[in-house]
Ligand binder design. Structure first.
Ligand code: UN1
Length: 512
């Protein structure tokens, strides 16, 4: 059980009645109506928040633009120092923030803590990065000329995040964008605004202590109209959006039309290939965690298992046995494996997908259904289920954000790879094998076509150090580690002539 009033208080939340913040300052339109946020855990009201309108949105972007003029003059390692302190503040609030993530979103407490840990990790990464925003130098073809490139911040970065990782994905974007010298405007999912409000309070206190200009980290709580405004707003050179492919196509089209930049991290349809040479015990843990963790609501969740025919029956039976042991219930109780879906719409989507799968000929070896009775009052708890299906089923080609796992059989590895790649999405993929030839083929140019390809690890639970994102309908963006920071900066090539002549490139003669 959770004392939500106390939890919000411990997180320093004073401002739930306003929709927008530029740091210390909070505001909302006097006309804004209050929206009640319910927890999927117990169906109870957490708090009511206000959604921003166009006026509040505009004022926020204006403040962000002003802040950028100062923030970009701060040396990057000094910006990194502020992010270091933000990471420390998160360490101090890990328990409380993790609990609120769990209660507002419905993921297990362990995963709530894990999500805050991802925020801490990316802050550490960003601190190091603040001294490493490297550009290349190159040799000029002209005498006494020097060439190099440098990376400058873009300006206002819009961040649209999804309910399933309500805080970590913002931190991936914001911590990198801010050490790079950008200012951020965050539109969190309208389903999980409270964790966003909590984060804004935590970062604001650190910013205040360091005299960071008002407007470097902004929050706008609102519905999709805010996302649309951001996408069409010429004052925002980059919008980073995480969510459904449908949303991403709209954001990408709006940004494309004004030749702005978008960084898209959209749906996945992730498969694990279980080879004849797989360690089946290990595969079992990877597959079950991947499929039921976060109640199947990660973009990296395992949705398909492509199993070699020689181990198919054996592995299916192991899965069925493992699913029987799953405890479904309050995610704050650490004995439970599976928490609720985010809301009743998600439950309906889950039920519809099961029906569609059956219509197309899918055979359920573990049946789904909505949980009823004590502890399930919110109506959001569902049974993780497993269907034997075909890759070409329409429903299998589609990402359902729920714990439905599809099993299919293969004979040759080429066939398995073709199935793995034979979906519109391209986020995460994995092969379970101790056979080097198979592993290398899977990772080669002819192997997985996804942004993430793992060997002997499931599809979910990526570390922050790697670039995160995927191909095809996943949107092509990369966030988090490696050189993903470049997306938040503009590259400038500089040529300096330190001679007293003006030779032209390509040997062109031009005499006056
Ligand atoms: C997401 O679901 O949008 O790799 C992000 C993972 C997590 C992040 C998932 N580290 O599963």
């Amino acid at each position: 059980q959770i004392d939500i009033k106390k939890l919000l208080q411990n997180l320093g939340i004073e401002q739930i009645n306003h929709s927008s913040s530029t740091g210390k300052a909070w505001s909302s339109s006097p006309k804004a109506e209050a929206k009640v946020i319910y927890s999927p855990v117990d169906g109870k009201e957490i708090a009511s928040v206000k959604f921003a309108d166009a006026d509040v949105y505009n004022a926020t972007i204006q403040k962000a633009e002003e802040a950028f003029k100062t923030w970009r003059t701060w040396p990057s390692p000094k910006r990194g120092e502020v992010i270091r302190q933000f990471g420390d503040a998160l360490r101090g609030k890990k328990e409380e923030l993790g609990q609120l993530v769990s209660y507002e979103m419905g993921k297990s407490l362990q995963e709530g803590y894990g999500e805050v840990q991802e925020m801490i990790d990316i802050c550490d990464f960003a601190v190091g990065l603040s001294r490493q925003l490297y550009g290349l130098t190159m040799h000029s073809e002209r005498p006494a000329h020097r060439m190099y490139e440098q990376w400058h911040p873009l300006g206002v970065v819009g961040i649209i995040s999804a309910f399933n990782f309500p805080v970590a994905v913002w931190a991936w974007n914001a911590s990198l964008a801010m050490v790079c010298g950008n200012v951020c405007v965050w539109k969190p999912s309208e389903k999980t605004p409270l964790t966003a409000i909590a984060c804004q309070h935590i970062i604001q206190k650190v910013f205040e202590k360091n005299d960071v200009p008002e407007g470097v980290s902004c929050l706008v709580v609102g519905d999709r109209s805010i996302g649309e405004s951001m996408s069409n707003d010429k004052r925002i050179p980059l919008v980073s959006a995480t969510g459904s492919t449908r949303m991403g196509k709209a954001v990408g089209a709006a940004l494309g039309a004004r030749l702005g930049r978008s960084l898209l991290e959209l749906g996945g349809n992730n498969a694990i290939i279980i080879s004849k040479d797989a360690d089946l015990e290990m595969s079992l843990v990877g597959a079950v965690f991947g499929a039921v963790g976060t109640a199947g609501q990660r973009c990296t969740s395992t949705r398909r298992l492509i199993i070699h025919e020689s181990v198919y029956d054996n592995f299916r039976d192991k899965l069925v046995k493992a699913y029987k042991q799953l405890k479904i219930g309050n995610p704050l109780d650490e004995n439970n494996h599976v928490g609720p879906l985010i809301d009743k719409d998600a439950v309906n989507g889950y039920l519809e997908s099961i029906e569609k799968c059956k219509k197309e000929g899918g055979k359920f070896v573990v049946e789904g259904g909505v949980m009823e009775g004590a502890g399930y009052e919110s109506g959001c708890y569902v049974r993780p289920c497993i269907a034997e299906a075909k890759n070409e089923f329409e429903i299998v080609q589609h990402e359902t954000f729920a714990p439905i796992l599809y099993l299919m059989k293969y004979n040759t590895l080429d066939e398995a790879i073709a199935m793995q790649n034979g979906v519109p999405q391209g986020l995460s993929s994995a092969i379970m094998t101790i056979n080097l030839r198979e592993a290398e083929q899977f990772l080669s140019y002819g192997g997985s076509d996804c942004g993430i390809a793992n060997v002997n690890i499931g599809t979910s639970g990526a570390e922050i150090g790697g670039a995160f994102g995927g191909e095809k309908e996943t949107g092509g963006g990369r966030e988090s580690g490696s050189d993903a920071w470049r997306a938040y900066m503009r590259r400038q090539t500089n040529t300096i002539n330190y001679s007293d002549k003006l030779p032209l490139a390509q040997g062109i003669k031009f005499d006056l």
